[in-house]
Design a protein. Structure first.
Length: 317
């Protein structure tokens, strides 16, 4: 069985972390996010993985290479124009159409039992099986509605935070697909699975099954989620911050609950709390920073938002 990791997005909501890399190449505790997806699939015996590329594709290639260091084989699918979550599958059809395959996003950390999801898929004789989770915090993920048989009926709007009685279900992006799914994907054009593919298949009576998982699943698509989830993992290890290779913190500086990438220099007397500092940034002495991202000004071709402070751009989280 092969898998495909979706890694072609622009990562707009993670700007400025995605100035020089795509979202799946952003480091999470010093390892590019997409590496966690590769290791996850490998744990479940999947050793042939397709990765689609578009925005800053070289950053993913540098992270994964051929896959040899992970014990897998990586096939790259280049998109000259971004094709969406199902258009990407059509573009890589020649690499996937021979057998059942798995699709997941390259921006998640998870321990969901994939074998259990595959078992559900086979038992239901489904065209597709989507792995869902209860959205207990009623975050802004589309509500997935099921029929009486536990199959997917439709995709609804974001959950109402005032509705405390019904627990909404959200799609994790993990899905198991039969090769017949290609009969429902528009060819050679942009399309999304949840709007252009699954509704059509469901209307024709095909089984799009739901597998509701109790496993852990973390999606890092915004600055706040990136920081807060990173800190959650650090706290579990008894740490309050992490730093990459070549980073130096001057005597008298105080760094707490922060993420420092590679080559960072924190000046004497500085205080950083809940701060993300990207590669090769110098924090001037006696700086006081809290819940912001700091990037080098010369790395920004355009400054979408934030404040220029000396040689850096500072963006609120």
């Amino acid at each position: 069985m092969r898998a495909m990791i979706l890694a072609a997005g622009f990562g707009t909501r993670l700007w400025p972390l995605t100035i020089d890399r795509t979202k799946p190449a952003v480091p999470f505790l010093n390892l590019p996010l997409i590496c966690y997806s590769v290791e996850y699939l490998k744990r479940f015996g999947i050793k042939e993985i397709v990765v689609n590329l578009h925005h800053q594709g070289d950053s993913v290639r540098q992270s994964l290479g051929t896959g040899e260091k992970f014990g897998v084989k990586i096939f790259y699918s280049e998109e000259t124009e971004i094709l969406g979550t199902s258009g990407a599958l059509d573009h890589a059809r020649h690499l996937l159409e021979n057998d059942t395959f798995v699709v997941m996003n390259g921006k998640v950390i998870t321990d969901i039992d994939l074998h259990s999801a595959i078992e559900t898929h086979r038992n239901r004789k489904a065209l597709a099986t989507l792995v869902l989770k209860e959205n207990l915090q009623r975050e802004k993920f589309s509500n997935v509605l099921l029929d009486k048989n536990g199959n997917i009926e439709k995709f609804g709007p974001f959950p109402d935070p005032k509705d405390k009685e019904n627990i909404p279900l959200m799609f994790t992006g993990i899905q198991i697909l039969e090769k017949e799914i290609f009969n429902y994907i528009p060819q050679k054009q942009f399309s999304h699975s949840t709007t252009d593919v699954y509704p059509k298949a469901i209307k024709e009576g095909k089984i799009v099954a739901a597998h509701i998982s109790q496993g852990n699943w973390y999606e890092l698509s915004t600055l706040a989620r990136y920081l807060d989830i990173s800190l959650e993992f650090l706290y579990k290890e008894g740490k309050t911050f992490v730093y990459g290779e070549g980073t130096t913190i001057a005597e008298g500086a105080n760094v707490t609950n922060s993420i420092l990438w590679q080559g960072v220099n924190v000046g004497e007397g500085s205080t950083l709390h809940q701060v993300i500092v990207t590669d090769n940034v110098t924090i001037p002495a006696n700086s006081k920073l809290e819940r912001v991202v700091v990037v080098r000004r010369d790395r920004c071709e355009t400054i979408e938002h934030g404040e220029i402070v000396g040689e850096n751009v500072i963006v609120s989280i």
